[in-house]
Unconditional design. Structure first.
Length: 255
């Protein structure tokens, strides 16, 4: 997965954070994976399909013909636009033609948002999501995304800032659920000082995850950095142990 030293760090990290669900590694490839993909022409939220990777340990992949929804294809870099008249769909709608989501107040503001967003074009045929535990030697993801509860998120948030020696190392931009786990983190990959991206505030995507789940996505380089910084951090203090005990209690089966 990450070399022997990183595997040892990962075991320590997973235990001390109380992770029972593996984060997902995301990458692009021209080699068709063995896994789950949306049926061609069938609409559905990509966040919902990722339950197969999160809960069942399966590989989930997408391409320009199997993408679930046009928005997902756009944020993955397969489409140049998510849908016609998207600025109206995201804002006020068009009477008699489409209902607007009203996430942005006006079409003009929505156009400004898309002018800034511009996802990276897909560099290969397939966009692949799979549990980080399943990566072999020499096959690293570009992005790592955690789907976590608030208590675990508090640990991840604090550790990212600690590891990167900053107090603003977590970014929370407006965007879709898929944009928060892929498009924005890919922009961080090329930054001189990359950050993690907090997300899953997309109201339309919220029904696709559990009520107490948010995401934290980051470039792989940031993921390795946080693994290396568990030792000596707040995760070894009594303050974190109190939170950790609550995490373990919440995960315990009801008898």
């Amino acid at each position: 997965m990450m070399g022997f030293f990183a595997i040892e760090f990962w075991k320590q990290f997973r235990e001390i954070l109380g992770l029972t669900e593996s984060p997902l590694g995301i990458y692009y490839t021209n080699d068709k994976p063995e896994g789950v993909t949306p049926k061609e022409g069938v609409q559905g939220c990509m966040i919902g399909l990722l339950q197969n990777a999160r809960k069942k340990g399966k590989i989930v992949y997408f391409d320009k013909n199997h993408f679930g929804c046009p928005g997902g294809a756009y944020y993955m870099g397969f489409f140049e636009s998510p849908r016609p008249k998207i600025e109206y769909f995201l804002s006020c709608g068009i009477p008699g033609e489409m209902e607007g989501e009203r996430y942005i107040k006006t079409p003009e503001r929505a156009r400004e948002y898309f002018a800034r967003m511009i996802p990276r074009r897909a560099p290969a045929t397939y966009c692949v999501f799979k549990p980080i535990d399943q990566f072999g030697a020499g096959a690293d993801p570009e992005i790592v995304v955690f789907f976590v509860t608030p208590d675990i998120l508090s640990g991840l948030f604090t550790l990212v800032n600690y590891a990167l020696e900053r107090t603003d190392a977590v970014h929370t931009p407006f965007g879709s659920g898929c944009g928060a786990i892929l498009t924005y983190p890919l922009k961080e990959v090329v930054r001189e000082q990359p950050r993690a991206v907090l997300g899953m505030f997309d109201v339309s995507a919220r029904p696709m995850v559990e009520k107490d789940i948010l995401t934290l996505a980051m470039p792989y380089s940031v993921f390795l950095k946080i693994l290396e910084n568990v030792s000596g951090s707040f995760l070894e203090t009594e303050s974190w142990e109190k939170v950790h005990q609550r995490i373990k209690k919440q995960q315990a089966p009801i008898t």
